[in-house]
Ligand binder design. Structure first.
Ligand code: URA
Length: 233
């Protein structure tokens, strides 16, 4: 791969812009020598305005999604891409969320540019269960566990019943719900079917990977191979 293509794929600019940046001296090696378009040292040695380059494909991130951000890149309001370096939205291949969260749902969101990994994690066969912590408007009534685990619960407007879901009461108005699938507004609609209303919803784990305690809302980090193994563990 040529230097221009590498930097354009990492989102540093269009090929034209990257060409201009290289010509302006923004791209050097680790000894500070300005690189030309025809140079191509090892990726680890390339610097953009003195900084190491972003990770190459395949890249997977863990993001602690705050309230009020949508998972869609072309939403006119605030999106999860606003929480990442601007150039991440221009990478090729692109970074996509692995299972979206609603605008007002918080917590664990994985993003990847690896299509195979994305499908592997969301495919029911991988058994990467998703656990949500829900805060409810009214006290639990005691029938929720049977309803959610029945395998017969049909959400409004749907033709296929939900797969059995796990339920664990945390307090009178809090519960953990474990899903094998990801339908639109699923947890909120499940509680609506149970006669309640979700006031706060947070995803806390995917497979064996938990939202890291040291990752504040709005923060993200690159997933390590150990983190990825934990998802399937
Ligand atoms: N269920 C919901 O209702 N919303 C989410 O964001 C995820 C699961």
């Amino acid at each position: 791969m040529k230097l221009i293509k590498l930097l354009a794929n990492l989102g540093y600019g269009s090929r034209k812009e990257v060409q201009r940046l290289i010509r302006s001296g923004a791209v050097t090696d680790d000894s500070g020598t300005v690189l030309k378009e025809s140079d191509f040292p090892a990726y680890e040695r390339i610097r953009f305005r003195g900084e190491e380059l972003d990770p190459l494909h395949p890249l997977t991130l863990v993001l602690h999604k705050p309230d009020g951000y949508t998972c869609s890149a072309d939403d006119p309001g605030s999106t999860i891409y606003d929480l990442l370096p601007e150039r991440f939205a221009h990478r090729n291949p692109g970074l996509n969320p692995i299972g979206r969260l609603d605008k007002d749902t918080t917590g664990l969101l994985l993003m990847t540019d690896d299509g195979k990994l994305l499908h592997k994690i969301i495919h029911p066969k991988s058994h990467c269960l998703k656990v949500y912590h829900a805060v409810l408007d009214r006290p639990l009534e005691g029938h929720e566990e049977a309803l959610f685990s029945s395998g017969t619960l049909m959400l409004n407007g749907e033709t296929k019943p939900l797969l059995p879901a796990g339920f664990e009461k945390v307090s009178e108005t809090e519960a953990l719900v474990t899903l094998h699938e990801g339908r639109y507004h699923q947890v909120r609609r499940m509680f609506a079917a149970a006669g309640n209303h979700v006031v706060d919803l947070k995803r806390i784990s995917i497979g064996g990977f938990k939202l890291p305690e040291d990752l504040d809302e709005g923060d993200w980090r690159v997933m390590s191979p150990d983190d990825l193994a934990a998802v399937f563990g």
